[in-house]
Design a protein around this ligand. Structure first.
Ligand SMILES: [Zn+2]
Length: 260
């Protein structure tokens, strides 16, 4: 009996330290994005833990990029988007407006025959991907993960025009404090309503997360048709997070392909 109590006690201590480790986030900001790679984890003396975001500066397949430098090569993997309505968690990540899907959410992206579960989506203002000189007022990233941890992101460029009612529900429910989340079972969000009509035309390339740790091995799909939000909605988004976009990165020989 005594032993059991002791074991559960040490287990609790372990859980406490594991949670503390997760909470101990290293500070970074979009204002100083050129320095992400040299940010040091001060309590670490081991490499690579000392420079947790080194990939941001030394990675060769970083995102976002300028999509106008396209090859004529056509992507063969078929992309199918199977999103479902959800009661998600509205999360103010400290770096942007984010929506986390619920625990058993079945919405997914199917690339060829591979399933990638939708885990969250978030917004950047202005857009991160650009087309030549053109950037868009905002960009939406749907983040998916495969069973083995591989990440695929579906990007949607956002222009100004008609208001989007699903974005309005998100803006109305995002907590104002960084790090806070809100879960209201009465609010239903259908991610599909944040997609353009044409989901067939898509740019694709190999890239990375666009925020630290800038991990590579991320497959990117960016829809060619944009969606619209109203000017008032863009202002509301900017009031929460503005200029939270990473600048375009070098292609370093990568090829942007497109589905005709
Ligand atoms: Zn993003």
């Amino acid at each position: 009996m005594k032993k059991e109590i002791f074991l559960s006690g040490s287990l609790l201590i372990l859980i406490f330290f594991a949670m503390k480790g997760l909470a101990e986030e290293i500070h970074w900001s979009h204002d100083h994005q050129a320095e992400w790679g040299s940010i040091q984890h001060l309590t670490e003396t081991r490499i690579p833990e000392m420079y947790p975001f080194a990939t941001c500066s030394i990675g060769q397949r970083q995102s976002p990029v300028d999509l106008s430098i396209m090859s004529n090569q056509h992507k063969t993997n078929r992309l199918r988007i199977h999103y479902l309505p959800d009661h998600p968690v509205f999360f103010n990540s400290g770096h942007g407006v984010q929506v986390n899907t619920s625990e058993n959410y079945a919405g997914k992206l199917v690339v060829g025959h591979e399933d990638y579960s939708l885990i969250q989506f978030h917004f950047h203002e202005p857009s991160e991907h650009v087309i030549g000189d053109q950037s868009f007022p905002a960009e939406l990233h749907f983040v998916h993960v495969r069973d083995d941890g591989k990440i695929a992101v579906l990007g949607v460029l956002i222009g100004l025009g008609k208001e989007n009612s699903t974005l309005q529900s998100i803006l109305d429910n995002i907590p104002s404090e960084a790090g806070e989340s809100r879960n209201d079972e009465s609010i239903n969000i259908h991610p599909e309503k944040l997609l353009p009509r044409n989901k067939r035309m898509v740019f694709s390339l190999a890239g990375s997360l666009t925020t630290p740790p800038c991990s590579e091995g991320v497959d990117w799909y960016i829809l060619m048709e944009s969606i619209t939000i109203s000017e008032a909605q863009l202002l509301q988004l900017k009031a929460l997070y503005s200029e939270n976009a990473r600048l375009p990165q070098n292609l370093n020989g990568r090829v942007v392909t497109h589905q005709p």
